[in-house]
Write a protein that binds this ligand. Structure first.
Ligand code: BJW
Ligand code: ZN
Length: 247
């Protein structure tokens, strides 16, 4: 891919990059996205049966089975060239902050150090009644394990529809996008609020917004640069073009 020289110069001069990611960044690790037409999770499962507090109250076993299946997929998955390129940016730029909607932990496994998880982490458990974090007990079935504080059912530590995002993560994300010079928006359909407001906010703060996605999204309109392609291909090429000696 050919990149705009102004963009490459800007990247070389930049001191703080914010990288906002969605499920598309993990697609090349074999983890299904949510909304891709054939392969997306929501093409095959109903979100309202699996990813809402009501669904969990109605049928915790079905919800836990679905999360246990996804944990298995994620446990076997490896960081792909997109995660690795984002981690590699840390050697090229003074500060790199990753703000992710993904719950798979692959940015941390790839070596990114500053990772803000807006929708939680699938490996965490917490109590569905008192929200206290609960340790995983190896070999135990979470659905049968009760909270040691209040006896409530354990649930996965992710953010379901209708739930507020973790306040500390949301506050950190807002701070980061105001401090960063450049804001990458990678592999997200930008349909889920309030996370989808971050690129709009970055643009209204005067940041350079760079979109990477094989498909068009509503955020193409606010991005100064739209790089059409898979993150695992575009990102390594972009690093190579901007820092040919070091990447
Ligand atoms: C590639 C690629 C490759 C493919 N390379 N790219 C207006 C304002 C505020 C809220 C709302 C609102 N309107 C509606 C709402 C409610 C709702 C919402 O947004 N609904 C919309 C769907 C209509 N939002 C909420 O409920 C949120 N909470 C909330 O608003 O709380 C308010 C509140 C305040 C105070 C008290 C109480 C409540 C919570 C949203 C939680 C979302 N949860 C999920 C599940 C997480 C757990 C789990 O994993 O099981 O999060 S849903 C799912 O969508 C998941 C994702 O993080 C999220 C975003 O999806 P993402 O990452 O964009 O994936 P896709 O599949 O949509 O897109 C993939 C993209 O990748 C595509 O563009 C592809 O082209 C691309 N791609 N291959 C690069 N190789
Ligand atoms: Zn509890």
């Amino acid at each position: 891919m050919l990149f705009d020289f102004v963009l490459l110069d800007k990247l070389r001069a930049v001191r703080h990059i914010a990288v906002f990611t969605g499920a598309g960044v993990s697609a090349e690790s074999g983890i299904p996205t949510f909304r891709d037409a054939q392969t997306g999770l929501w093409a095959n499962y109903r979100a309202e049966d699996l990813a809402t507090p009501d669904a969990f109250r109605r049928d915790p076993i079905t919800v836990w089975n679905w999360y246990a299946w996804r944990r298995e997929l994620m446990r076997d998955a490896q960081p792909n060239p997109a995660h690795l390129a984002i981690a590699q940016l840390q050697r090229l730029v003074a500060r790199v902050s990753v703000i992710t909607q993904n719950v798979d932990g692959l940015h941390l496994r790839a070596g990114s150090r500053e990772v803000i998880e807006l929708h939680g982490n699938i490996w965490n458990n917490l109590c569905s009644q008192c929200s206290q974090p609960a340790h995983r007990i190896e070999g135990a079935q979470e659905v049968q394990t009760r909270c040691t504080h209040c006896g409530g059912r354990l649930r996965p530590g992710v953010v379901w529809f209708g739930e507020a995002l973790p306040a500390a993560a949301w506050a950190r994300a807002a701070e980061v996008l105001e401090a960063a010079d450049v804001f990458f928006c990678i592999g997200t359909s930008s349909l889920v609020e309030p996370a989808a407001s971050l690129p709009r906010h970055a643009r209204s703060c005067g940041r350079t917004v760079i979109q990477i996605n094989p498909e068009a999204t509503s955020h193409d309109e606010i991005a100064q640069y739209v790089l059409r392609g898979k993150a695992g291909q575009v990102l390594p090429e972009l690093l190579q073009a901007a820092w040919p000696q070091n990447s």
